[in-house]
Design a protein around this ligand. Structure first.
Ligand code: AMP
Length: 215
């Protein structure tokens, strides 16, 4: 099965994409994760991307789609879930061209949605371990020892793009950039919207039931 998962920052795309990928045995392709790895490894791509990411701006389409193509082409036959891409109409069109070349097609485009207050609370409370990158939350998933990772003892920090001002900018950009994208997939008749204000397992059940109904 080939799926695109859309949704504003903080809606839980990464968590849900992971659950779907594991349970359907398909590949999870997250452009945010790929970019963060490039930044950590201080590659040329990472150095260029960091400035956009820290300001909550989108990395240029050419960079993103070249990265996606490199990752997708060797693995597409197992099925995939794209998380965080496409983000613009142009990326959707390029993705369409890549899939046509591969003789593959999209089964579903799922948008997860939640109210802005829920999204801001989720993102601004997120903390990440500097050493092993494990995720915590100041309200929902506190570490045992304040500021330290339960797994490796590493120091917990807040991502620059999880600060409230940047979050608001990211939410506005999401609405602006994805509006055309949603219309594009609605016209193709493969677009679904799912409320993701509940916990991860509840949202996964909703997605699962929806996919089962549509099959
Ligand atoms: P995410 O973890 O998906 O929220 O992505 C974190 C940041 O990476 C975003 O705020 C963008 O700066 C960048 N990014 C990730 N995916 C894309 C994409 N498809 N197009 C442009 N920029 C992206």
């Amino acid at each position: 099965m080939n799926i695109i998962l859309l949704g504003p920052p903080g809606v839980g795309k990464g968590t849900e994409a992971n659950l779907i990928a594991v349970r359907l045995s398909i590949d999870h392709i997250s452009t945010g994760d790929m970019l963060r790895q490039e930044v950590r490894e201080n590659t040329d791509l990472g150095k260029d991307a960091r400035a956009f990411m820290n300001r909550g701006k989108l990395v240029p389409d050419e960079v993103i789609m070249a990265m996606v193509q490199k990752r997708l082409v060797p693995n597409f036959s197992h099925g995939f879930i794209l998380d965080g891409v496409p983000r613009t109409l142009n990326q959707a069109e390029v993705l369409g061209e890549i899939l046509t070349e591969l003789n593959a097609h999209l089964d579903f485009v799922i948008e997860l949605e939640a109210g802005e207050d829920v999204l801001i609370e989720r993102l601004s409370g997120r903390r990440v371990c500097k050493k092993c990158h494990a995720l915590y939350h100041t309200i929902n998933m506190k570490p045992i020892r304040d500021g330290a990772c339960d797994r490796c003892g590493g120091e917990l920090y807040q991502r620059d793009d999880d600060k409230v001002a940047t979050i608001k900018r990211r939410l506005t950009i999401y609405q602006q950039e994805t509006h055309g994208l949603k219309e594009f997939y609605k016209k193709k008749g493969i677009f679904l919207t799912i409320n993701a204000e509940g916990n991860a397992e509840e949202t996964f059940r909703k997605i699962h039931d929806c996919l089962a109904l549509k099959k």
